[in-house]
Design a protein around this ligand. Sequence first.
Ligand code: ZN
Length: 341
Amino acid sequence: MKAIRFHAHGGPEVLRLEEVPDPVIGPGEALVRVRACALNHLDLWQRRGLRRVAIPLPHISGSDVAGVVVGSTGSNLPAGLRVMVQPGISCGRCLACLSGADNECPDYEVLGYRNHPGGYAELTKVPVQNLVPLPDSVSFVDAAAFPLTFVTAWHMLVTRAQLQRGEDILVLAAGSGVGQAAVQVARLIGARVIATAGSDAKLERARALGAVEGINHHTQDIAEEVKRLTGRRGVDVVVEHVGAATWAKSIRSLARNGRLVTCGATTGGDVGIDVLALFSKRLSILGSYMGTKAELVRAAGHFFAGDLRPAIDRTYPLADAAAAQQRLEESGQFGKIVLEV
Ligand code: ZN
């Protein structure tokens, strides 16, 4: 099969289109013909090289896959079934997995990261329990753009922050993958969404997804605007995934008893914490990582019913993966960048 691999860490130029052996499935696995694969920041970090995580080289990235089942072992899934793939791979036997908290499995891995070659390829293999059948009405591009960001947003808002109807929520960088998903999940719950983005055009798109207020984080002060928009009260929940560049403003934007939920730190993880604000305002800081298979299936129900729909920025052919990653690196996008295979 053809695949995009990197043999050394570096810029987008290390990505190479190559002929590589087809994956061989083991017990309980399915072979999937990839039709679309969405990009995530994880793809960039592993390509550049990580301080604490060794990536076996050469490596095939790609965590968000939609495609067609070619065959499987130990299941009766028909060949030709259209599927999207849950990116979280877990053992299925430990207490966390058996309790339905498979994202807390000690052996948790993500497709396209470390030991699991991903979807920048014509074929990939995954455990059969990671397959979610697709209705005919959902395209492969939309399906590939859904799993990682929506399961992450669902876990952050529904499970960790327990966002309630009528609450105020601030979603940072609404044009990012997690941002556009969080705006939509919050709107679905019935919260009032304030979104930030780096341009007025992106804020328009965030409003179309369900944000009622927008803050241009290049020209306006996030915390001051939040105070103005909430009558000095602040928001009940902040969706953080930016880190060092926004953390202090996120804390200042919270109302009493507010919850900050974070799933990432694209600008760096070393944030100062104002403990005075933390205790005097009774704030909660909640960490969140991926989400469970059950949460993805639940969110997918809303996706298939048309209530959630991933924002697609642009698609590229597989061979242009380097240009696609370059676009994600430059943060010009609104929504998901997807490779068509
Ligand atoms: Zn497990």
